[in-house]
Write a protein that binds this ligand. Structure first.
Ligand code: GLY
Ligand code: MN
Ligand code: MN
Length: 432
């Protein structure tokens, strides 16, 4: 049984009798006028179906003898396929994608109300696709009208998110394999970008190097690549990538590819001219130490926030040592004095989505890490120009180091380990 079938079976078991689950594919999105964004399948839909097309709806009906997994999808159409690409059709949905039964998507209004009959609980996540919400409500209404009564019609809508998103937090062996590949491609992309960097280049030229490496291995950017030199490195979500790179500045790159729908997410920071200044290196070494200490906390039994706490401690201590912060360490940590320089968290879950699903807390408590969970570890220090009380020699310095780390039964597995981050090694790579 493949991963998709296994997940559907888990969901069918969880739903119990008298229930039905409805999971729509992602809609196609207009980019401008009649041009679409490249299609990206909805992550939950993909997780359960592995079906790559838009205009599809998966329906799970536990205990239904004729078919428990029904896929509505586009019909085969020679002319449309000539213009827009291949379609699996209903036969493909069954033969290739494992549906028990399949119908044309255009027939869904006629068929779905009947499938809902005597199903009192509908597993459907409201709010994710607003246009689809009203169709689901329409099917319930139609069924009521057909039955002329409320008996045998759904009276409870339950979100699929808590169940699915908890499942998605634990990566299977197959998922980890894809994530290792995504990580490996991104690592190569960052190293390619380091080698290519020269003063006077435009940030977009570095972005092009990343893209080249992603695409030549079958990946796409998992999010808009951040390529920020000097002052731009201090803007956390900088994506303009349109400034000239100057000698003496640092370049912060946050870029990762998505490979077969699985994301990777790497940040590296390197000197535009290939050599760190003493100030840049001093700050860089603090971030690197914070990152290594944080990674060491990505272990089964530690709680979600342990890596962040480790990073905060190293960064605060480092900033005191350099004279950028003054005071006693425990007090500075308690007061959050580091937040002026380190204003984000140390990571997030990673998977089908770059900021992947899954709760970070259980009740009031931080979640305890378990094997199969994957997260990023990405501490940073950002000192923008003109920062009050900070010597000008530290200004315009933005540093982040980010790796993707899997929790295992033993030591943390750094999926992105192939990408250099030791400052000496970065200089060597850039010189070579
Ligand atoms: N690139 C987005 C992040 O690092 O979370
Ligand atoms: Mn990240
Ligand atoms: Mn990132």
């Amino acid at each position: 049984m493949n991963d998709f079938a296994r997940r559907r079976r888990q969901l069918l078991r969880m739903m119990g009798e008298n229930a039905i689950a409805i999971i729509p594919s992602a809609p196609e999105k207009i980019r401008s006028r009649d041009t679409h964004f490249p299609f990206r399948q909805d992550s939950d839909f993909w997780y359960l179906t592995g079906f790559p097309e838009p205009e599809a709806v998966a329906v799970l009906v536990p205990g239904r003898k004729a078919a428990e997994y029904i896929l509505f999808c586009r019909e085969k159409d020679a002319e449309k396929e000539t213009w827009h690409g291949r379609r699996a059709g209903q036969e493909g949905a069954i033969e290739i994608h494992g549906a028990d039964d399949a119908f044309p998507i255009d027939d869904i209004d006629d068929i779905l109300p009947g499938l809902m009959e005597n199903r009192t609980r509908v597993y459907y996540t409201m709010g994710a696709h607003p246009e689809f919400d009203s169709r689901v409500i329409g099917w319930v209404k139609r069924l009521r009208e057909q039955l002329r009564s409320d008996a045998g019609t759904p009276h409870e809508f339950v979100s699929l998110d808590p169940f699915l998103h908890d499942l998605r937090l634990y990566k299977s062996a197959g998922e980890l394999k894809l994530m290792r590949r995504a990580a490996q491609i991104s690592a190569a992309a960052h190293e390619r970008a380091m080698r290519a960097t020269r003063p006077g280049m435009m940030e977009w030229e570095i972005e092009a190097e990343l893209l080249h490496e992603f695409r030549r291995h079958g990946g796409h950017p998992a999010y808009s690549s951040i390529v920020g030199g000097g002052a731009n490195a201090c803007i956390l979500h900088y994506v303009d990538n349109d400034a000239e790179l100057a000698a003496g500045d640092l370049l912060l790159v946050d870029a990762g590819c998505e490979y077969r729908n699985y994301a990777s997410d790497i940040s590296r920071t390197w000197p535009v001219n290939g050599k760190f200044t003493p100030e840049q290196r001093a700050l860089y070494e603090i971030v690197l130490e914070a990152q290594l200490e944080a990674i060491d906390k990505v272990r089964a039994g530690e709680h979600w926030n342990a890596p962040h706490e480790a990073a905060v401690k190293v960064i605060t201590r480092g900033l005191v040592k350099l004279g950028i912060l003054e005071g006693r360490l425990p007090q500075l940590i308690r007061d959050g004095a580091y937040r002026r320089f380190y204003m984000h968290k140390t990571g997030h879950w990673l998977g089908l989505d770059v900021h992947d699903v899954g709760d970070y807390k259980v009740g009031e408590e931080w979640r305890v890490l378990e094997p199969g969970m994957v997260m990023t570890v990405e501490p940073g220090i950002y000192i923008a120009a003109g920062m009050k009380g900070v010597d000008a020699k530290w200004w315009n310095t933005g540093i982040r180091i980010e790796d993707d780390v899997a929790v295992t039964r033993g030591a943390p597995e750094v999926l992105t380990a192939e990408c250099v981050k030791d400052p000496g090694e970065i200089e060597k790579l850039m010189a070579g």
